[in-house]
Design a binder for this molecule. Structure first.
Ligand code: GLY
Length: 377
Protein backbone atom coordinates (compact mmCIF):
# COMPACT_ATOMS: atom_id res chain seq x y z
CA UNK A 1 0.00 0.00 0.00
CA UNK A 2 1.18 3.54 -0.63
CA UNK A 3 0.26 6.88 0.88
CA UNK A 4 -3.00 8.37 -0.43
CA UNK A 5 -2.58 10.57 -3.45
CA UNK A 6 -3.66 14.13 -3.88
CA UNK A 7 -6.61 13.87 -6.24
CA UNK A 8 -4.86 16.17 -8.72
CA UNK A 9 -2.04 13.68 -9.35
CA UNK A 10 -2.75 11.07 -12.01
CA UNK A 11 -1.13 7.82 -11.01
CA UNK A 12 0.42 5.38 -13.43
CA UNK A 13 0.36 1.67 -12.60
CA UNK A 14 2.50 -0.34 -15.00
CA UNK A 15 1.42 -3.85 -15.92
CA UNK A 16 4.75 -5.62 -16.46
CA UNK A 17 4.13 -8.10 -19.23
CA UNK A 18 7.26 -7.80 -21.36
CA UNK A 19 6.29 -7.10 -24.97
CA UNK A 20 2.64 -6.77 -23.87
CA UNK A 21 3.33 -4.31 -21.03
CA UNK A 22 1.02 -1.34 -20.64
CA UNK A 23 0.07 1.41 -18.23
CA UNK A 24 -3.09 1.96 -16.21
CA UNK A 25 -3.48 5.71 -15.74
CA UNK A 26 -5.81 6.72 -12.90
CA UNK A 27 -7.08 10.19 -12.06
CA UNK A 28 -9.95 12.60 -11.96
CA UNK A 29 -10.89 14.21 -15.28
CA UNK A 30 -8.49 12.08 -17.34
CA UNK A 31 -10.94 11.54 -20.19
CA UNK A 32 -10.03 14.99 -21.47
CA UNK A 33 -6.49 13.72 -22.07
CA UNK A 34 -7.57 10.59 -23.98
CA UNK A 35 -6.99 12.08 -27.44
CA UNK A 36 -3.48 13.29 -26.66
CA UNK A 37 -2.59 9.98 -24.95
CA UNK A 38 -3.75 8.05 -28.02
CA UNK A 39 -1.95 10.38 -30.41
CA UNK A 40 1.30 9.92 -28.44
CA UNK A 41 0.84 6.17 -28.16
CA UNK A 42 -0.03 5.63 -31.82
CA UNK A 43 0.62 8.72 -33.98
CA UNK A 44 -1.71 8.83 -37.00
CA UNK A 45 -3.95 5.96 -35.79
CA UNK A 46 -7.73 5.98 -36.37
CA UNK A 47 -9.97 4.64 -33.61
CA UNK A 48 -13.33 2.90 -33.32
CA UNK A 49 -15.01 3.75 -30.01
CA UNK A 50 -17.22 0.88 -28.82
CA UNK A 51 -19.73 1.86 -26.14
CA UNK A 52 -23.29 1.18 -24.98
CA UNK A 53 -26.37 3.32 -25.30
CA UNK A 54 -26.32 4.54 -21.67
CA UNK A 55 -22.62 5.35 -21.53
CA UNK A 56 -22.94 7.03 -24.95
CA UNK A 57 -25.44 9.52 -23.49
CA UNK A 58 -23.16 10.32 -20.56
CA UNK A 59 -19.60 10.19 -21.86
CA UNK A 60 -19.33 9.66 -25.64
CA UNK A 61 -19.39 13.38 -26.45
CA UNK A 62 -16.46 14.00 -24.08
CA UNK A 63 -14.51 11.09 -25.58
CA UNK A 64 -15.14 12.23 -29.14
CA UNK A 65 -14.28 15.84 -28.30
CA UNK A 66 -10.86 14.93 -26.88
CA UNK A 67 -10.12 12.67 -29.86
CA UNK A 68 -11.12 15.38 -32.32
CA UNK A 69 -9.10 18.03 -30.49
CA UNK A 70 -6.03 15.79 -30.75
CA UNK A 71 -6.65 15.18 -34.47
CA UNK A 72 -7.57 11.49 -33.99
CA UNK A 73 -10.19 10.31 -36.49
CA UNK A 74 -12.90 8.27 -34.75
CA UNK A 75 -15.98 6.17 -35.52
CA UNK A 76 -18.58 5.30 -32.89
CA UNK A 77 -20.08 1.82 -32.45
CA UNK A 78 -22.97 1.85 -29.98
CA UNK A 79 -24.54 -1.39 -28.71
CA UNK A 80 -27.47 -1.92 -26.34
CA UNK A 81 -26.70 -1.67 -22.63
CA UNK A 82 -26.46 -4.84 -20.54
CA UNK A 83 -25.11 -8.37 -20.31
CA UNK A 84 -27.24 -9.36 -23.36
CA UNK A 85 -24.67 -7.59 -25.54
CA UNK A 86 -22.03 -10.19 -24.67
CA UNK A 87 -23.59 -12.34 -27.39
CA UNK A 88 -22.50 -13.81 -30.72
CA UNK A 89 -24.97 -11.49 -32.48
CA UNK A 90 -23.60 -8.27 -30.96
CA UNK A 91 -20.02 -9.51 -31.32
CA UNK A 92 -20.63 -10.01 -35.05
CA UNK A 93 -22.12 -6.49 -35.36
CA UNK A 94 -19.15 -4.95 -33.56
CA UNK A 95 -16.61 -6.86 -35.69
CA UNK A 96 -18.40 -5.84 -38.91
CA UNK A 97 -18.59 -2.21 -37.77
CA UNK A 98 -14.87 -2.19 -36.93
CA UNK A 99 -14.10 -3.56 -40.40
CA UNK A 100 -16.47 -1.02 -42.05
CA UNK A 101 -14.71 1.78 -40.16
CA UNK A 102 -11.49 0.61 -41.89
CA UNK A 103 -9.71 0.05 -38.61
CA UNK A 104 -6.51 -1.66 -39.67
CA UNK A 105 -3.53 -3.09 -37.82
CA UNK A 106 -1.86 -0.03 -36.30
CA UNK A 107 -5.23 1.60 -35.56
CA UNK A 108 -7.05 1.16 -32.26
CA UNK A 109 -10.34 0.03 -30.78
CA UNK A 110 -11.41 2.01 -27.70
CA UNK A 111 -13.68 0.26 -25.17
CA UNK A 112 -15.66 3.02 -23.43
CA UNK A 113 -17.88 1.45 -20.78
CA UNK A 114 -18.19 -1.11 -18.01
CA UNK A 115 -17.26 -4.77 -17.93
CA UNK A 116 -19.61 -5.83 -20.72
CA UNK A 117 -18.15 -3.31 -23.17
CA UNK A 118 -14.57 -4.06 -22.15
CA UNK A 119 -15.07 -7.80 -22.66
CA UNK A 120 -16.99 -7.41 -25.93
CA UNK A 121 -14.82 -4.72 -27.54
CA UNK A 122 -11.65 -6.47 -26.30
CA UNK A 123 -12.73 -9.74 -27.89
CA UNK A 124 -13.66 -7.98 -31.15
CA UNK A 125 -10.21 -6.37 -31.08
CA UNK A 126 -8.61 -9.78 -30.46
CA UNK A 127 -10.47 -11.22 -33.45
CA UNK A 128 -10.69 -8.66 -36.27
CA UNK A 129 -7.70 -8.91 -38.62
CA UNK A 130 -6.32 -11.57 -36.21
CA UNK A 131 -5.75 -8.98 -33.52
CA UNK A 132 -6.05 -5.22 -33.24
CA UNK A 133 -4.74 -3.19 -30.32
CA UNK A 134 -7.27 -1.65 -27.98
CA UNK A 135 -7.52 0.89 -25.19
CA UNK A 136 -9.77 0.42 -22.16
CA UNK A 137 -11.63 3.45 -20.84
CA UNK A 138 -13.58 1.86 -17.96
CA UNK A 139 -16.61 3.79 -16.72
CA UNK A 140 -17.63 1.70 -13.69
CA UNK A 141 -15.75 1.04 -10.46
CA UNK A 142 -15.86 -2.69 -11.16
CA UNK A 143 -14.29 -2.20 -14.59
CA UNK A 144 -11.67 0.24 -13.27
CA UNK A 145 -10.40 -2.16 -10.58
CA UNK A 146 -10.98 -5.50 -12.25
CA UNK A 147 -12.30 -6.22 -15.72
CA UNK A 148 -10.41 -3.58 -17.71
CA UNK A 149 -7.06 -4.85 -16.40
CA UNK A 150 -5.50 -8.20 -17.24
CA UNK A 151 -6.69 -8.96 -20.76
CA UNK A 152 -9.61 -11.31 -20.18
CA UNK A 153 -12.02 -10.69 -23.05
CA UNK A 154 -15.02 -12.62 -24.28
CA UNK A 155 -18.72 -13.19 -24.71
CA UNK A 156 -21.27 -15.57 -23.21
CA UNK A 157 -22.42 -18.90 -24.64
CA UNK A 158 -25.88 -20.36 -24.08
CA UNK A 159 -24.02 -22.79 -21.81
CA UNK A 160 -22.40 -20.26 -19.54
CA UNK A 161 -20.77 -16.89 -19.01
CA UNK A 162 -17.45 -15.98 -20.65
CA UNK A 163 -17.09 -19.38 -22.31
CA UNK A 164 -15.93 -17.89 -25.63
CA UNK A 165 -13.06 -15.44 -25.51
CA UNK A 166 -9.36 -14.75 -25.54
CA UNK A 167 -6.60 -13.34 -23.40
CA UNK A 168 -5.84 -10.08 -25.19
CA UNK A 169 -4.13 -7.33 -23.22
CA UNK A 170 -5.04 -3.68 -23.85
CA UNK A 171 -2.25 -1.26 -24.80
CA UNK A 172 -3.46 1.38 -22.32
CA UNK A 173 -6.11 1.73 -19.59
CA UNK A 174 -7.39 5.24 -18.84
CA UNK A 175 -9.42 5.21 -15.61
CA UNK A 176 -11.10 8.58 -15.10
CA UNK A 177 -12.48 8.49 -11.57
CA UNK A 178 -14.85 11.40 -12.29
CA UNK A 179 -16.83 9.10 -14.61
CA UNK A 180 -17.87 7.16 -11.50
CA UNK A 181 -19.85 10.18 -10.25
CA UNK A 182 -22.71 9.23 -12.59
CA UNK A 183 -23.03 5.66 -11.25
CA UNK A 184 -26.00 4.81 -9.06
CA UNK A 185 -25.03 4.16 -5.41
CA UNK A 186 -25.97 0.50 -5.91
CA UNK A 187 -23.69 0.02 -8.94
CA UNK A 188 -20.82 1.85 -7.22
CA UNK A 189 -21.29 -0.32 -4.13
CA UNK A 190 -21.27 -3.49 -6.22
CA UNK A 191 -17.91 -2.41 -7.69
CA UNK A 192 -16.63 -1.78 -4.16
CA UNK A 193 -16.93 -5.52 -3.49
CA UNK A 194 -14.05 -6.06 -5.95
CA UNK A 195 -12.01 -3.36 -4.16
CA UNK A 196 -12.57 -5.08 -0.80
CA UNK A 197 -11.62 -8.35 -2.51
CA UNK A 198 -8.01 -7.21 -2.95
CA UNK A 199 -7.72 -6.58 0.79
CA UNK A 200 -9.46 -9.80 1.70
CA UNK A 201 -7.39 -11.96 -0.64
CA UNK A 202 -3.91 -10.65 -0.04
CA UNK A 203 -3.50 -7.31 1.74
CA UNK A 204 -4.68 -7.09 5.35
CA UNK A 205 -3.22 -3.57 5.68
CA UNK A 206 -5.33 -2.36 2.75
CA UNK A 207 -8.40 -4.04 4.24
CA UNK A 208 -7.82 -2.22 7.56
CA UNK A 209 -7.45 1.03 5.57
CA UNK A 210 -10.76 0.32 3.84
CA UNK A 211 -12.44 -0.36 7.19
CA UNK A 212 -11.34 3.11 8.31
CA UNK A 213 -11.84 4.97 5.01
CA UNK A 214 -14.69 3.31 3.10
CA UNK A 215 -16.91 6.34 3.62
CA UNK A 216 -14.41 8.56 1.82
CA UNK A 217 -14.00 6.02 -0.99
CA UNK A 218 -17.75 6.24 -1.54
CA UNK A 219 -17.85 10.03 -1.38
CA UNK A 220 -15.01 10.48 -3.91
CA UNK A 221 -11.74 12.40 -3.89
CA UNK A 222 -8.28 11.21 -2.96
CA UNK A 223 -9.42 8.17 -0.94
CA UNK A 224 -11.31 6.83 -3.96
CA UNK A 225 -8.31 7.25 -6.23
CA UNK A 226 -6.06 5.64 -3.65
CA UNK A 227 -8.39 2.61 -3.35
CA UNK A 228 -8.52 2.23 -7.15
CA UNK A 229 -4.74 2.57 -7.47
CA UNK A 230 -4.04 -0.02 -4.75
CA UNK A 231 -6.55 -2.39 -6.35
CA UNK A 232 -5.03 -1.97 -9.82
CA UNK A 233 -1.53 -2.40 -8.43
CA UNK A 234 -2.58 -5.65 -6.74
CA UNK A 235 -4.22 -6.95 -9.90
CA UNK A 236 -1.30 -5.84 -12.11
CA UNK A 237 1.17 -7.70 -9.87
CA UNK A 238 -0.85 -10.93 -9.95
CA UNK A 239 -1.45 -10.71 -13.73
CA UNK A 240 2.27 -10.06 -14.34
CA UNK A 241 3.12 -13.26 -12.44
CA UNK A 242 0.34 -15.43 -13.88
CA UNK A 243 -1.15 -13.88 -17.02
CA UNK A 244 -3.06 -16.98 -18.15
CA UNK A 245 -4.35 -18.15 -14.76
CA UNK A 246 -2.34 -21.30 -14.37
CA UNK A 247 -1.99 -20.64 -10.64
CA UNK A 248 -2.03 -17.51 -8.54
CA UNK A 249 -4.43 -15.51 -10.74
CA UNK A 250 -7.20 -17.82 -9.55
CA UNK A 251 -7.04 -15.96 -6.21
CA UNK A 252 -8.84 -13.11 -8.00
CA UNK A 253 -11.82 -15.47 -8.05
CA UNK A 254 -12.29 -15.18 -4.27
CA UNK A 255 -16.06 -15.23 -3.73
CA UNK A 256 -16.73 -16.09 -7.36
CA UNK A 257 -17.59 -19.80 -7.05
CA UNK A 258 -20.45 -19.18 -4.63
CA UNK A 259 -21.07 -15.83 -6.34
CA UNK A 260 -21.49 -17.21 -9.87
CA UNK A 261 -23.90 -19.88 -8.63
CA UNK A 262 -26.00 -17.23 -6.88
CA UNK A 263 -25.89 -14.96 -9.93
CA UNK A 264 -27.00 -17.84 -12.14
CA UNK A 265 -29.70 -18.70 -9.59
CA UNK A 266 -30.99 -15.13 -9.92
CA UNK A 267 -30.98 -15.54 -13.72
CA UNK A 268 -28.17 -12.95 -14.09
CA UNK A 269 -30.88 -10.35 -13.49
CA UNK A 270 -30.58 -7.13 -11.55
CA UNK A 271 -31.91 -8.98 -8.51
CA UNK A 272 -28.24 -9.64 -7.81
CA UNK A 273 -25.50 -7.62 -9.52
CA UNK A 274 -22.16 -9.33 -10.16
CA UNK A 275 -20.36 -7.37 -7.43
CA UNK A 276 -23.17 -8.08 -4.96
CA UNK A 277 -22.87 -11.80 -5.73
CA UNK A 278 -19.10 -11.56 -5.20
CA UNK A 279 -19.62 -9.85 -1.80
CA UNK A 280 -22.01 -12.57 -0.70
CA UNK A 281 -19.68 -15.21 -2.16
CA UNK A 282 -16.73 -13.78 -0.21
CA UNK A 283 -18.72 -13.79 3.03
CA UNK A 284 -19.61 -17.44 2.36
CA UNK A 285 -15.98 -18.32 1.49
CA UNK A 286 -14.84 -16.83 4.82
CA UNK A 287 -17.58 -18.59 6.77
CA UNK A 288 -16.91 -21.89 5.02
CA UNK A 289 -13.18 -21.52 5.77
CA UNK A 290 -14.00 -20.87 9.45
CA UNK A 291 -16.27 -23.90 9.55
CA UNK A 292 -13.46 -26.05 8.15
CA UNK A 293 -11.17 -24.74 10.89
CA UNK A 294 -8.90 -22.98 8.39
CA UNK A 295 -9.62 -19.47 9.67
CA UNK A 296 -10.77 -18.04 12.99
CA UNK A 297 -14.49 -17.28 13.22
CA UNK A 298 -13.50 -13.72 14.21
CA UNK A 299 -11.83 -13.27 10.78
CA UNK A 300 -15.02 -14.35 9.01
CA UNK A 301 -17.04 -12.03 11.22
CA UNK A 302 -14.66 -9.15 10.42
CA UNK A 303 -14.83 -9.67 6.66
CA UNK A 304 -18.61 -9.98 6.72
CA UNK A 305 -19.07 -6.98 9.03
CA UNK A 306 -17.22 -4.65 6.65
CA UNK A 307 -19.11 -5.79 3.56
CA UNK A 308 -22.41 -5.45 5.42
CA UNK A 309 -21.41 -2.03 6.81
CA UNK A 310 -21.14 -0.60 3.28
CA UNK A 311 -24.52 -2.12 2.38
CA UNK A 312 -23.43 -5.21 0.43
CA UNK A 313 -25.32 -8.50 0.81
CA UNK A 314 -23.55 -11.01 3.06
CA UNK A 315 -26.33 -13.44 3.85
CA UNK A 316 -28.39 -15.66 1.55
CA UNK A 317 -31.55 -14.06 2.89
CA UNK A 318 -30.29 -10.69 1.57
CA UNK A 319 -31.02 -11.77 -2.04
CA UNK A 320 -34.41 -10.35 -3.06
CA UNK A 321 -36.71 -13.11 -4.25
CA UNK A 322 -34.64 -15.78 -2.48
CA UNK A 323 -32.01 -18.23 -3.72
CA UNK A 324 -32.24 -21.80 -5.04
CA UNK A 325 -32.09 -24.72 -2.60
CA UNK A 326 -28.76 -26.35 -1.71
CA UNK A 327 -29.00 -29.10 -4.38
CA UNK A 328 -29.77 -26.58 -7.11
CA UNK A 329 -26.89 -24.37 -5.96
CA UNK A 330 -24.58 -27.39 -6.06
CA UNK A 331 -25.67 -28.11 -9.65
CA UNK A 332 -24.88 -24.49 -10.56
CA UNK A 333 -21.46 -24.74 -8.88
CA UNK A 334 -20.75 -27.94 -10.83
CA UNK A 335 -21.78 -26.25 -14.11
CA UNK A 336 -19.26 -23.49 -13.38
CA UNK A 337 -16.63 -26.10 -14.35
CA UNK A 338 -14.75 -26.05 -11.08
CA UNK A 339 -15.06 -29.79 -10.47
CA UNK A 340 -12.00 -32.01 -10.94
CA UNK A 341 -12.09 -35.74 -10.17
CA UNK A 342 -15.17 -35.24 -8.00
CA UNK A 343 -13.60 -32.44 -5.91
CA UNK A 344 -14.36 -28.75 -6.09
CA UNK A 345 -11.91 -25.89 -6.42
CA UNK A 346 -12.56 -22.94 -4.13
CA UNK A 347 -10.57 -19.93 -3.05
CA UNK A 348 -10.50 -20.27 0.73
CA UNK A 349 -8.83 -18.18 3.43
CA UNK A 350 -6.69 -18.54 6.52
CA UNK A 351 -7.73 -15.02 7.55
CA UNK A 352 -8.12 -11.52 6.16
CA UNK A 353 -5.46 -11.07 3.45
CA UNK A 354 -4.61 -14.77 3.31
CA UNK A 355 -6.48 -16.47 0.46
CA UNK A 356 -5.32 -19.70 -1.13
CA UNK A 357 -6.49 -22.11 -3.83
CA UNK A 358 -8.09 -25.27 -2.40
CA UNK A 359 -8.67 -27.84 -5.15
CA UNK A 360 -9.78 -30.72 -2.95
CA UNK A 361 -13.03 -29.51 -1.44
CA UNK A 362 -15.63 -32.24 -0.89
CA UNK A 363 -18.95 -31.36 -2.58
CA UNK A 364 -20.85 -32.95 0.33
CA UNK A 365 -19.19 -30.53 2.75
CA UNK A 366 -20.19 -27.52 0.63
CA UNK A 367 -23.73 -28.84 0.27
CA UNK A 368 -24.10 -29.28 4.04
CA UNK A 369 -22.72 -25.78 4.60
CA UNK A 370 -25.17 -24.24 2.11
CA UNK A 371 -28.09 -26.19 3.58
CA UNK A 372 -27.21 -24.84 7.04
CA UNK A 373 -26.86 -21.30 5.71
CA UNK A 374 -30.21 -21.57 3.94
CA UNK A 375 -31.89 -22.67 7.16
CA UNK A 376 -30.52 -19.68 9.14
CA UNK A 377 -33.14 -17.09 10.00
N1 GLY B 1 -11.57 -11.04 -12.87
C1 GLY B 1 -10.62 -12.07 -12.59
C2 GLY B 1 -9.42 -12.00 -13.46
O1 GLY B 1 -9.24 -11.07 -14.21
O2 GLY B 1 -8.64 -12.91 -13.43
Amino acid sequence: MTAPLRSADPIVVPVELGARAYDIVIGRGLISSLGVRIRHLRPGAKVAVVTDSSVAKLHLAAAEATLEAAGVESTRIVVPEGEGSKSYATFEKVCEAVICARIERGDLVVALGGGVIGDLAGYAAASVRRGLDYVQVPTTLLAQVDSSVGGKTGINSAQGKNLVGAFHQPVLVVADTALLDTLSPRVFRAGYAEVAKYGLLGDATFFAWLEANAKDVFSGGAAREHAIAVSCRAKAAIVARDERETGERALLNLGHTFGHALEAGAGFSDRLLHGEAVALGMALAFEFSARKGLAAQSEAARATAHLAAVGLPTHLKDVPGGVPRADALMDLIAQDKKVKRGKLTFILVRGVGQAFVADDVEPAEVRAFLADKLSEK
